[in-house]
Design a protein around this ligand. Structure first.
Ligand code: UFG
Length: 326
């Protein structure tokens, strides 16, 4: 069976991909610095705690493991924090990815799956967003990933046997249906998690950041995708490369969105709790609307989502929130 190195595999998205890789029988090595990840989240394979900044240590692990492919999730992910601490994002997301690519180059590992983001598009001129739209990130988080996409393209031009897939995630949410893994950050900023933690009483109220956007109800609109549909797309992309597929870039979303207010109402319905909500000013770095055109990944990779249902997404997240293991 093929071997896959997963960076950030103890994190929220990485751990769901590790779960699916494990269920399919792949041999897995996870490397994670556990800055936001949890060892309990790694359901399959071996975990080595190391930071991508420590290039020599990572390189030794890679040399010993001899992976067929690398899936790269390790990153900092908060838009608002990236505006305040841009260097953290360029270091963790851009510079550490260069370290990893140098290792791939030196160890001759030719298959790479990259976690990119819808934030590379910034405030798109048209919707839904297609992969060939211009990249105009409006925050350092999006820029840190857009830089990597450019680096990957140039690296691939120089190294003809290298093959990569860049997946541009829209808003990932939800948790494992069996409640084994889910999102667990110290200070979560994501809308659904904040709403559910407010329902649980961990926060006094939920703020709706911005009600003066040019949208029907004035709040931002996002394309929420269940983490297990997103994880499945990674396996599909990996197998596409193993079967001779060419390097490519795909959006990962459902192709329709919900407003922040609609999400809040669904969170109240699922939890049965009418938690306090307050309208607040806009948050820095937020585009008004982000919706994916997912035609390309459906047609080219044959990816078919199974959980396109906001209620299901929030139910699995709520189940996790109530029964968290870590
Ligand atoms: N929001 C609130 N209150 C909160 C939290 C969020 O109103 O307490 C709003 C935000 O202002 C935004 C929307 O809910 O309008 C979604 O915010 P999230 O923080 O949940 O997600 P983002 O859209 O900012 O970012 C996420 C990922 C990024 C990715 C982006 C692409 O974190 O990696 O989606 O859409 F790039």
């Amino acid at each position: 069976m093929k071997k896959v190195l997963v960076t950030g595999g103890a994190g929220y998205i990485g751990s769901h991909v590790v779960k699916q890789l494990g269920e399919k029988g792949y041999e897995i090595l996870v490397i994670d610095n556990l800055s936001t990840g949890h060892k309990e989240a790694v359901l399959y394979g071996e975990l080595q705690v190391v930071d991508l900044e420590e290039k020599d240590k990572v390189q030794k692990l890679v040399r010993d493991f001899q992976p067929d492919a690398v899936m790269h999730f390790a990153a900092s992910i908060e838009v608002e924090e990236s505006v305040r601490k841009p260097l953290k994002y360029y270091k963790n997301n851009t510079s550490n990815t260069i370290n990893l690519l140098q290792i791939l180059d030196e160890e001759n590992i030719n298959y790479f799956i990259f976690s990119s983001t819808a934030a590379v598009y910034g405030e798109p001129e048209k919707l839904p967003v297609k992969e060939d739209f211009p990249l105009n990130p409006i925050n350092p988080y999006g820029q840190s990933k857009a830089f990597v996409e450019k680096i990957l393209q140039d690296f691939n031009n120089a190294k003809k046997d290298f093959r990569y897939i860049s997946l541009r995630y829209f808003n990932v949410a939800g948790a494992d249906e069996k409640g084994r893994i889910g999102q667990s950050y110290k200070n979560p900023t994501h809308l659904i998690t904040r709403a559910l933690k407010t329902a649980k009483g961990e926060y006094e109220k939920l703020y709706i950041f911005g009600t003066d956007y040019p949208t029907p109800d004035g709040s931002c609109i996002r394309d929420f995708i269940h983490v297990d549909d997103l994880a499945d797309a990674h396996i599909v992309a990996l197998e596409y490369l193993f079967n001779g597929g060419e390097s490519d870039i795909f959006n990962l979303g459902y192709g329709h969105g919900y407003s922040v207010k609609e999400v809040v109402n669904m969170a109240k319905k699922v939890t049965g709790i009418d938690f306090p909500v307050e309208e607040a000013p806009r948050r820095a770095g937020d585009p008004a609307v982000l919706i994916a055109d997912n035609t390309k990944i459906r047609q080219k990779l044959g990816w078919k989502p199974k959980y396109d249902d906001l209620e299901y997404i929030i139910k699995t997240a709520w189940n996790w929130e109530l029964n968290k293991r870590y």
